[in-house]
Design a protein around this ligand. Sequence first.
Ligand code: FES
Ligand SMILES: [Fe+2]
Length: 470
Amino acid sequence: MEQWYPVAWAKDVIDLKPLSITLWDRHCVLFRDRSTGIYVVMDDICPHRAAPLSEGRLYERETDGEKETVLECGYHGWRFNCDGRCVDIPVVPLEKRIPAAADVGVVYATHLSINGLIFMWFGDRLKADESKIPLPKELVQADESERLFYRDSFRYFPISFSTLHENVADPTHVSWAHHGTGRDNRKTVKRSGGVDIVHENLTEGYVHARKYNQDSSKGWSDIFFQTPTAVHYAIKLGDTKSKIFLLSWTVPISWDKSKVFTLFSYLNPPKIVRLVKWFSPRWYEHTITNLVLDGDPGMLQKQYAHLQAVERDGYGSAWKKEYTLASGKWDTSVMKVRQFFDMHGWSMPYATPIPSDARSERILTRVVNDRYENHTRECQACTAALHNFTRGRTAALVGAGVSGAAALFSGIVFAALSIGGAAFAPLPLRLAGFGGTVLCILLLRLAKMLHYFMTLMTYTDIAYDLNHAD
Ligand code: FES
Ligand SMILES: [Fe+2]
C-alpha cells in the first residue's frame, strides 16, 4: 500500500486552483507551487475545524523578497505554505506564535513523471523511493525524439480496485468486450491462444506475461503487472523498430470506486503516426479512449455486484466460488491478479471488515457510462470542448432561426407580389429567399453535428452499437 500512485495529469491541474483528489478513501488537495513548479499534495482537512482545503483559494505572496504559494482555507482564512505549515491565522495578532498543531496533518512526496503524470507517494515521505515509480524503463530512458505520447486520459469506474485490476490485466476480453471499437476481433480469435508467464514474483507484486499475436511471426504483447497499480502492455510490431506501449494504472479511490489512468506511447513511431497526433486535439483522443472503455463498466459493475452479493469479504474468496476459469492459458493473468490479492489483500485497506454499505445492487449501464461524471468533469480539454460545442450549437440554432425567418419572410412577400400581378420578384428578395434557405439548412446540420460532439462528452450508445453490429 505504501507505494507511488498516479493522481492527475498536470494539464488537468489549473494554475492557482486547488484540486481535490482521493486515494484509499483519504482526501487530499493537489496544487502546483508557482515558485518552484513542484506539485504539492497534502491532507484536504483544515486543522482549524476540518473544512476541505480544496474549497479554498491559492495565491502568491511575497515575504522578504521571496515569492511563495499559499493555500487559504475557504472557511475562516487560515493560510498554509507548500510544506503544510500554518503561516497566518487572520484573527490572531501577527506577533503571536502559531503552534505546530495548526499545521496540515500530512504532506506527501510527489513526482512529475513522463508526459506530465503526477505521482504521489502514499506513505511516509522520507521513505519515498523514486526508483519504485511503476513505469517501463525502456520508455523512460528513451530519447525525447524517439518516443511519442498520446491519449493521456483517465476514467472513474464504480467498482472495486481488485475487480478493475482483473479486467485491465486480462488481454483476452478485448476481442469481445471491445469488438468493433478496438483492434481485436472476436471472429478471428485462435482457440489455442492465451497468455504465457515469462517471469513472476508475486511476493514483490511483479508479473511478466506474454501473449502472441494471431500470427506469432507478427510479434507479441508483453504484459507487465507491477504492484499495486500498473498494468503495462508492450506490443512488438513484427521486425520493425517500432514498439507500442499501452500503459494503465488502476488507482483505488474508495471501497467501490476506482480510477484508471491511461497513456499510449510509441517508440520510434512512423512519420504518419506523428502527423496524426499533431492533428488530434486532446478532447478528440479522449473520445476514442472513452469509446473503447465504454465496453467494460456496464459488465464489470454487475460482475462486482454479484461477487458482493455472494460474499462481502474484501479481496477474499467469492471469486473462487463463483468463477469457472477456462482451461489452458486463457485466464492465466486473471489467476495471477487474484493470487496477488490473496497474498497481499489482507494488508490493504478494505480487506476486513467490509463496510456495511458495500454495494451489491446492479447499476444501469446508462448510469455507469455517464461520461460527464466519469471523465469530462475533471478533464480540462473535454470541459473546454463541451463548453465550446454548447455555445457553437446555440449560435448555429440562432443563426438557423434568423436565416429561416428571412427565407420565410421573402417567400411571403414574393407570394404577395405574385397575387398583386408582379411577373418577377426583385433580385434581393430572391437572393434572400434562396440564401436564407440554404444557410438555414447548413446551420441546422452544423447544430446537429455539434450536438453529436456534445454527446461524446456526456453520454453515447455508439460503443454498444458498434460492438453488437455484426
Ligand atoms: S476550518 Fe479552515 S480556517 Fe476554519
Ligand atoms: Fe477528456
